[in-house]
Ligand binder design. Structure first.
Ligand code: ZN
Length: 279
């Protein structure tokens, strides 16, 4: 990883950094983000370019259009800023999905293989959309910048960076260590809770995501390698299923499946086997 450029402070820059340090220590909890929505979108665009260079995109326009349709319907019900949400399918067999800052959502083809119905896939997408809507990437990047002593750089960003180009550059450096940001356990719980709301508002059965936790557990027993990455970045599926089912309570109703899902699933099952992720 490239080292960030050293930044020289004049007296005003130094004071700005000190003021920032005080501000950060006072609001350290989790609400503070020094990254604006437009910076976040710029970072996401850069990260998306990197991901497209390394992740094989599924070459099936019909399946991609279907996933995008479901994703957009969910994103329209997301709280928070109106991010330019986009949806891509990676041609990987592992069960995984991830969100980049400010809009891009990726789902692995393996999710379509494993999901039993549309509400399960919608639950996975809803969780990723919730990470974006709740600005978890901006929070994590802020925390990482602080932890790495990049306060001076951040001060420079706040001081004069009208276009957000500098922030995007710094964010890209943070993301360069791995395009999948590690979210906190609190972020994951929030994404489950908000994701559930999004799914319900958009008209799908919220029980889908809880059921998908059972699918993950089954896959863990059958082919541990296929869920390794996913499980390393999320709380245990059994634990999540319990919390999700508590939140859902006795509520039911909403779409469980569709001809569109069955058609897309049948298509991916007919394709040549998906390659494994490179480590
Ligand atoms: Zn998550």
């Amino acid at each position: 990883m490239e080292r960030p450029p050293r930044h020289r402070h004049g007296p005003s820059g130094r004071w700005r950094a000190v003021a920032l340090a005080i501000l950060l220590s006072e609001t350290a909890a989790d609400t503070l983000s020094l990254i604006s929505v437009s910076d976040e979108i710029a970072m996401g665009r850069q990260a998306q370019q990197q991901v497209r260079k390394t992740v094989p995109v599924l070459a099936d326009a019909e399946v991609t259009a279907y996933v995008t349709r479901v994703g957009k319907r969910l994103a329209a019900r997301a709280p928070g800023p109106r991010y330019p949400y986009s949806f891509s399918v990676a041609n990987h067999r592992e069960l995984n999905a991830f969100a980049l800052p400010g809009g891009p959502v990726w789902v692995h083809r393996g999710i379509l293989h494993a999901a039993a119905n549309e509400s399960q896939m919608a639950g996975v997408l809803g969780h990723e959309i919730a990470h974006i809507a709740q600005r978890h990437a901006a929070d994590q990047i802020t925390k990482q910048l602080v932890a790495n002593g990049f306060l001076g750089l951040l001060g420079a960003v706040l001081g004069n960076d009208p276009g957000g180009a500098r922030t995007a550059q710094i964010g890209a450096q943070v993301l360069a260590g791995g395009y999948m940001l590690k979210f906190s356990r609190d972020d994951e719980r929030e994404a489950d809770r908000i994701g559930l709301q999004i799914v319900q508002r958009a008209g799908w059965d919220p029980r889908g995501i809880a059921d998908f936790m059972d699918v993950l557990r089954r896959e863990q027993g059958r082919d541990p390698g296929s869920v390794e990455v996913f499980l390393s970045s999320h709380p245990a599926p059994a634990e999540r299923a319990v919390v999700l089912r508590k939140l859902i309570g006795s509520r039911s109703g909403g779409t469980r499946d569709s001809a569109g899902f069955r058609h897309a699933k049948a298509r991916v099952l007919r394709l040549p086997p998906a390659p494994r992720m490179k480590r």
